[in-house]
Design a protein around this ligand. Structure first.
Ligand SMILES: [Zn+2]
Length: 355
């Protein structure tokens, strides 16, 4: 009950009725349509946004590489796009469900790729790097996080997942930067760069329409994954994430938010409060978990008391480490290396100080 009082759930509304089926283009505001692409995960869809761009279309995000995505795109391009070409893709970040189909669209439609430079470079690097050194890095990272032999068996597949889920990332990019105003069909869309979920995550805000395309920076119902992973093993992404939420507090209260997953919603400010509150609670739980020394995996098991599938376990370990690193950086946690090379986290409090 106390959580309910804290959490202004009632301020969040879902004004758009229904959900588009695969291959359907559904208008949600003048010149803005919602496309929902399938994903092969428990979170089974990603939202793309088609913007009327005068003599053509601009799409925000592209979908993951799969036959289902290709089928849906073929249908949209054949009948759904009102005879106008797809001119441009604005991709918000490097995750495969967002950039995965950009290569195919560039090849088939000649659409230009606009994307934050770091996101593009990271996506391109990950799509071309191969071999044992990648696997070595992944194995080292998950071993230090305390993965047991059963989980270590999943790591090789994980190290190859990214390249499997994207079509070749286009070789050329038009970089987009924080604060840049991108004209689309006579309307101004301002880039708001976030961090924490990805290194340079682009959201797009149209003040005239009071619409924010938030992609994965701000989601309703589920919290964006904030993860530490093998490429930046000492990162503190939660600090970056919480700091970048401040940028969205200045937007109008009645902004319609178009997220990367789930449904369009209003109540941005209430959602920002909920997200910050969620991480506060998680930080306290993480601290409580480490009354005795625990590995990253031990903290994961403490925080997530439900069954996780092979895909979710990587999100969950990344998330657990993100909360541990946040506390570590603020002196509320200590970390040491065990005799077998695993990181052990223990909270710092009056009791451990006395020992
Ligand atoms: Zn993402």
């Amino acid at each position: 009950m106390r959580d309910e009082a804290h959490s202004p759930q009632t301020d969040i509304r879902y004004p758009i009725k229904g959900i588009p089926s695969a291959g359907e283009v559904r208008e949600v505001a003048p010149g803005i349509s919602w496309i929902r692409m399938p994903l092969p995960f428990k979170l089974n869809h990603v939202n793309l946004w088609l913007l009327d761009d005068g003599d053509g279309w601009t799409v925000v995000d592209t979908g993951i590489a799969s036959h289902e995505t290709e089928e849906a795109w073929r249908e949209i391009l054949a009948k759904g796009a009102a005879g106008k070409p797809l001119k441009r893709m604005i991709v918000t970040h490097f995750h495969p469900d967002h950039v995965g189909f950009a290569g195919w669209l560039a090849r088939h439609c000649g659409a230009e790729l606009w994307m934050p430079f770091g996101e593009w470079a990271f996506a391109r690097m990950r799509s071309v790097e191969r071999g044992n050194r990648v696997l070595d890095g992944f194995q080292h990272f998950y071993r230090t996080a305390g993965f047991d032999p059963g989980l270590m068996k999943l790591v090789e597949g994980r190290s190859k997942d990214y390249a499997r889920r994207i079509t070749p990332v286009p070789r050329a990019v038009r970089p987009i930067v924080d604060g840049e105003v991108i004209p689309v069909g006579g309307r101004a869309w301002r880039v708001i760069m976030g961090a924490g979920h990805a290194f340079e995550h682009a959201s797009l805000h149209c003040e005239e329409l009071r619409i924010l395309i938030s992609a994965d920076q701000i989601l309703p119902q589920i919290t964006p994954n904030i993860s530490v992973g093998p490429y930046v093993p000492e990162a503190d992404p939660l600090r970056l994430y919480l700091a970048s939420l401040d940028k969205f507090r200045a937007l109008a209260g009645d902004t319609l938010v178009l997220p990367g997953h789930r449904r369009p919603f209003t109540g941005l400010h209430a959602r920002l409060e909920e997200l910050a509150h969620h991480h506060d609670r998680r930080l306290e739980e993480t601290w409580a978990a480490c009354a005795r020394p625990r590995t990253g995996l031990g903290v994961l098991r403490y925080l997530f008391d439900r069954e996780l599938d092979d895909h979710q376990v990587f999100f969950a370990i990344g998330e657990s480490l993100a909360h541990l690193h946040f506390l570590l950086a603020r002196g509320r946690m200590e970390r040491r290396v065990s005799a077998d090379g695993v990181y052990l986290f223990q909270r710092k409090d009056a009791e451990t100080d006395r020992r």
